[in-house]
Design a binder for this molecule. Structure first.
Ligand code: PAN
Ligand code: ZN
Length: 190
């Protein structure tokens, strides 16, 4: 860094929708076919197109994954839609390190942040433009879009948090967010 020089950061946020612009920005998308197993109603899933986009994430990782003391930034966009009565949602994960927390904040649309502790207690927080969510490092987290437009959520987490997807892939959350009488309801599994 040249002494006394004032420069521009390589990545910026479009304030309107929190989309990232710049380089490096990583882009990852999840089509229904990639994540169909997370949904309850497999018969309903078969009626949808495999290529249906469920969500995508833009992220800026200014340091290598696993770096202690660094931060990552991400913007997640979850499409509107349901598989049966279950809202489109992210895969969800625990962080590998249980003392690595995360902030989420709502930018656009409406949804629910679904959280579960290691004792499989599950609860939700309403996501809306301006909502701010602190996710303790020991808590599994996923989001579902319950609104009529794309759900856009910003996130910031430690670069050495790591992601444990396996636990959720195998055992899921203990409740599912379903539309019941037009409202999102956490319905216990089994
Ligand atoms: C988020 C999530 C993002 C996508 O950036 O990674 O919303 O969800 P899945 O990773 O569960 O597919 C985050 O929680 N990072 O730690
Ligand atoms: Zn996370």
């Amino acid at each position: 860094m040249a002494h006394l020089k004032i420069i521009q950061s390589c990545v910026e946020i479009t304030l309107d929708d929190f989309k990232l612009k710049g380089d490096p920005v990583k882009f990852q998308s999840r089509l229904l076919t990639n994540i169909v197993g997370i949904f309850f109603d497999q018969e309903a899933a078969k009626k949808l197109n495999d290529d249906t986009l469920v969500y995508y994430v833009q992220s800026w990782m200014p340091v290598p994954e696993g770096t202690t003391g660094g931060l990552f930034y991400g913007t997640s966009t979850i499409m509107t839609g349901k598989v049966g009565e279950e809202y489109f949602m992210t895969k969800g994960h625990f962080h590998l390190k249980p003392d690595r927390a995360e902030f989420y904040w709502g930018v656009r649309g409406e949804g629910v942040l679904i959280m579960m502790d290691r004792n499989r207690n599950t609860w939700g927080e309403r996501i809306y433009p301006g909502s701010l969510h602190y996710i303790n490092g020991e808590i599994a987290h996923r989001m579902a879009n319950t609104g009529q437009e794309q759900l856009i959520v910003g996130a910031c987490w430690p670069s050495d948090a790591g992601h444990d997807y396996e636990e959720i892939e195998h055992n899921g959350f203990s409740a599912r967010l379903l539309e019941v009488n037009g409202q999102p309801v956490l319905v216990p599994v089994g």
